[in-house]
Design a protein around this ligand. Sequence first.
Ligand code: FVH
Length: 288
Amino acid sequence: MTAPAVTVLGLGAMGSAIATRLRDNGFTTTVWNRTAAKTEPHVEAGSTAAATVAEAVNASDIVLVVLLDHHSVREQLDPVAAQLKKTVVVNLTTTTPNQARETAAWAAEHGIHYVDGAIMAVPSMIGDPSARLLYSGDENGYATAQAVLETLGTTEFTGEDPGLASLKDMALLSAMDLMILGYVQAIAMMRTAGTPAVETAAEVEAWLAAMLPHGKELAAIVDGGTYDTGGQSVDFDRFGIASLITASREQGIRADFLEPHQKLLEELAAAGHGDSDWIRVIERLTIH
Ligand code: FVH
């Protein structure tokens, strides 16, 4: 059985890595890029360049979209909705959960099998199992494209809600961002004592590695929902975070990354929950 033909829209750093990986794995690839010159190396390597998006999507039953953002995706796909009927469109562009749901609704109106994707990898990782790619939306569409998608890395179909892959991607990226800010805060504080950043980073890495398993214990408390385990309380944490903020400021370092945590704890104490488990702060994150 011949490998399915695949179209790749967008040959930026990621789209180019994806097109290359698919071609190297024997897929017949048609490529399109807004700046046509970027198709040249791919044509030299065996892909077919399409002059227009319409020509590109007519060439394959599976279309991978690797553009910049939601706006660019809709700018290019809306005009070719009719040509995409019955096609599996896998949108690997970073979009928010609601943008994914909006595009999925548009796709459904036009008989397009829409799969939203989130790439948890950098271009150089594409093709390696360490590249994690999350998908959600049309499960039949995912099954049709699965052989293609599994070429790119480790795949995970997260569910029929088209926004789920993006939501999980952004939740994990949020955790990473806040963790990295911890490095920044620690490095800034220790630099006031002349400690090189790389030295502090090594300390933080060891410390966080020891602390990471604690996250599962906190999650169990959240799932229990009563916040009355008698563990570290809101009041205990209030005084702890106040000390961190004071120590930073005494060293001439701002505490902007720590102050939001303090604010949520103070709100809980003001609401009479000072003796609750401190992880009750999660309830304050819900926008009412
Ligand atoms: N690169 C990475 O490490 C991250 C990893 C996680 C996932 N992201 C997302 O992947 C999408 C593509 O990212 P990229 O790195 O390939 O981005 P660029 O190299 O900047 O290429 C952008 C391509 O999008 C084309 N483009 C931009 N605007 C439009 C438009 N209005 N109409 C058509 N195409 C457009 C651009 O074309 P050109 O500038 O070459 O003409 C590039 O092909 C992205 O969502 C990341 O968040 C990558």
